[in-house]
Design a protein around this ligand. Structure first.
Ligand SMILES: [Cu+2]
Length: 107
């Protein structure tokens, strides 16, 4: 099982690029140190057939399935999934005014 943590501080995802492996079970955590809400919108990741979302976030669903996960202030969310495709995928926080984006590289 691969385990990766992305930290959120001052409206920034750190690190900006993470590397995951195709077909390897993965736990991807987002830990926020900010005192405001953030979200994770990660379309490619959300398509994973075996996706499980844990932690203290709030999931929001649209017609196409999971739309975003809201991370509370100083919260932690966790995605368990198996990357099904290689490639470079961007994700973002879609809170108004937040200019937060980063990359997942699956090799
Ligand atoms: Cu944000």
């Amino acid at each position: 099982m691969e385990s990766v943590t992305v930290e959120i501080r001052a409206r920034m995802f750190t690190p900006q690029h993470i590397h995951l492996h195709h077909d390897r079970k993965t736990v991807l955590r987002f830990r926020s140190y900010d005192t405001e809400l953030h979200t994770v919108v990660a379309k490619e990741l959300f398509l994973s057939a075996d996706l499980n979302v844990g932690g203290n976030g709030a999931t929001e669903f649209g017609p196409d399935g999971l739309k975003r996960v809201i991370i509370p202030a100083e919260g932690l969310i966790e995605f368990q999934f198996t990357p099904a495709r290689t490639g470079t995928f961007s994700y973002l926080c879609d809170m108004p005014g937040h200019n937060m984006q980063a990359l997942i590289v699956v090799e």
